[in-house]
Structure formats: structure tokens, C-alpha cells
Design a protein around this ligand. Sequence first.
Ligand code: G1P
Length: 310
Amino acid sequence: MSQQSQPPQRPTPGRISKAVIPAAGLGTRFLPATKATPKEMLPVVDKPAIQYVVEEAVAAGLTDVLMVTGRNKRPLEDHFDRNYELEEALSRKGDASRLARVRESSDLATMHYVRQGDPRGLGHAVLCAQPHIGDQPFAVLLGDDLIDPRDPLLTRMTTVQHHHGGSVIALMEVDPAHIHLYGSAAIQPTDEPDVVRVTGLVEKPEPGQAPSHYAVIGRYVLDPAVFTVLAHTPPGRGNEIQLTDALKTLATPDHPGGPVHGVVFTGRRYDTGDRADYLRAIVRLACERDDLGPDFRTWLKAYVNGEMDQ
Ligand code: G1P
């Protein structure tokens, strides 16, 4: 008897095409560096952190990117736009490789911007995207979380959303001592080892109140029903409108926009919103780069071993 194999499950480029990147935060943890520069523009090796996030969206097939910004965020718009003066100067010098690097960020995606106005929380930032998104599933990527490009989390999430419908969030098992820094999910297993059903959520739980040590990390694929829910979600933790609270509503049985599934991520994630993790991200990514890595690793080993005079 011949056995017919199942066709492979494919991500659905074209079906989910829009990404929202909230980028209105003040970046107070990095002051004074962020006094006049958006935190999203801080370099990770030689690219601003935000460019990695846009590249991740594009790699998952999302080429329409809406940034939700605020005051003092103009450098973000400039970074993803052409800089003719600089391009002209590099052309005149015949510096083709730097010219290509400069053009990379403006050729990546179709960029759109909307201002959040009042900083009323992540849920409110997502709600600001409603007129641009309309009535289709979309992704949200938080700029403080960098996901290593070798671990394609968002592509997996769009595949899971295509399969199950509803909404999909990214989860990561964290040290129980750190769960109070995140949204925490109550979960049930499914037939797929990396997918769970989300039955409840608590934003930044008090000690002893976390339903699990599965933390929400900053990637979401959301059904547009989330907008209606957000519009009716009262301020929660920190007196802000929390995306986690809206997702908790979506996760209630038979709610439009549900069910909510979680993809459990076991790959490499860097929290560039935290100074120590930001430094780790730079060191790790620099060590792994073909151009900088070999020399930098040699130096780093010597430094760590105390073999440096200065
Ligand atoms: C936000 C979310 C939180 C999530 C976290 C991931 O919090 O509200 O649920 O766990 O991102 O980075 P923030 O870190 O922006 O306070």
C-alpha cells in the first residue's frame, strides 16, 4: 500500500503582510544616551537595534511595517529613508560597500509611521495601528527583544496562526525569579511539542501569582478582533492599557479573535532594553561576525584571562 505523505506546512507569505512595531518608549534605562537619541537607534555592533527587528519582520514575509512613534523619534524615520547627500558622497569616493550598507535600511520594507500621542501603554500603542491594519491578522514586534535571525520565531508563529486561526503569542521559559518582569501565561499542551494553548495571562505578576514560568516575549500574531477588545480594556498594571489584558480576553472560550496559542521559543533572544543584556548581545553578535569575529574573539579571550596590559 502506498502511503501518501502530508504536504509540508508552509508559512503563508502574503496572508499576513503587516507588522506593527511600537517605538514610542522613552528609553529611560539608557539615559543619558537616550536623552536626544531614540533608544531604538542604539547600535548593536554597527546597526541600530531597530533595524534587526525590521529585518526579522521582512524575513517572515512582512514587508509593510508600521512604527508607532512619539516625540523625538524622527531619527527612526530618517534611518529607513534615503540619505541622498551621504549616498552621493560615498558614490563620489567609489565606496560601493558602504553605499550598499547605507541603502540597505531604506530598501528593506514599506515603512509607515503613526504617533501615539499620549503614552497610555503597549495596548494603546497597538490600538493606534488599527486604521492602518484594517481587518486582517497582523504581527507585533517589540523593539527591546532581538531574536537571532538564525532562529526564525516569527515565521513559525505565522504558520501556527494559519493552522489554528485566532492569535498567537511567543513564550519562553524563564527563571521563576524573573517572571515578574513579563506577562505570564497559563497554558495547556497541544499535539505539537512547541505549541501550547493559552488559557489565561497575568501582566507582571506579584510574587506567587504567576500562573506559570512561561513568559510572554515581544512577538505577537494577532487577530484584528484585538482592536475592539483593546478599545474596551481599562488601564491595568502601571495604570496603562495592557496588551496582555486584551489577550487574556481573547483567550476566554469562544471569544472572537481567539483561540490564543503560544509558540514556545527555545532559541537565542537578547533583551536590548536591559543594559547588561544589551552588552551581551553586542559581544555575542560581534564574536559571531565573519568580518569582526576572529580578531575580536582573540582580544576578548586575552582580556578575560587577564592577559592585557592595558
Ligand atoms: C511588555 C509586555 C509584557 C512582555 C514584555 C516582553 O512589557 O507588556 O507582557 O512580557 O513586553 O518583553 P515591557 O517589557 O514593555 O514592560
